[in-house]
Write a protein that binds this ligand. Structure first.
Ligand code: APR
Length: 173
């Protein structure tokens, strides 16, 4: 049974235990998927985020889902790509690990991710997809209680990349 899936879609529409938000360190909203999630969740999401006092890159914090079909939102600031010499790869891996650890701690069994850092933060998509799939596969081995993790890709190109990364990894999760 494959516990990692790649789909194309809008993460704000997914009725899962937790969706992950590619946030910034303020946790006070932004553009991209961050903006879409806040718009769909409504103002109470921002109100709860204000109580969290930000989040370090690579770490994660959890809130309610409010008007979203998802029960929770797990917010993680990904690294901005500065050419690869500033620990960006390890920070990106840490985003996926931190989110799944937090999901497991909170009893979330189904978790959907966007492609963290590959938009406004300009992390190269191919490299990011391999890091993401490897980190997810590793965490699924550690946490049998996690039932399914999906990458929810917003466009064809991103989905093709994650499909390839999953196929190459041979990970069944
Ligand atoms: N559903 C799924 N994926 C989406 C959605 C959506 N509704 N909207 C955008 N995406 C995708 C983008 O196409 C991209 O593949 O999410 C991926 C991440 O892109 P960004 O949202 O730009 O996130 P990131 O590159 O991590 O930059 C984070 O952008 O929005 C600000 O506040 C945020 O400062 C932070 C920065």
């Amino acid at each position: 049974m494959n516990r990692i899936e790649i789909i194309q879609g809008d993460i704000t529409k997914q009725a899962v235990d937790a969706i992950v938000n590619a946030a910034n360190c303020s946790l006070l909203g932004g553009g991209g998927v961050d903006g879409a999630i806040h718009r769909a969740a409504g103002p109470e999401l921002l109100a709860e985020c204000r109580t969290l006092h930000g989040c370090e890159t690579g770490k994660a914090k959890i809130t309610g889902g409010y008007l979203l079909p998802a029960k929770h939102v797990i917010h993680t600031p990904g690294p901005v790509w500065h050419g690869g010499g500033y620990g960006e790869e390890e920070l990106l891996r840490s985003c996926y690990v931190s989110c799944l650890e937090l999901a497991a701690e909170n009893g979330c069994r189904t978790v959907d991710f966007p492609s963290i850092s590959t938009g406004i933060y300009r992390f190269p998509l191919e490299k990011a997809s391999r890091i993401a799939i490897a980190a997810i596969a590793e965490e699924l081995k550690k946490h049998p209680e996690l039932e399914r993790v999906r990458m929810v890709c917003f466009d064809e190109r991103t989905k093709a990349c994650y499909d390839r990364a999953l196929a190459e990894s041979g990970a069944q999760g």
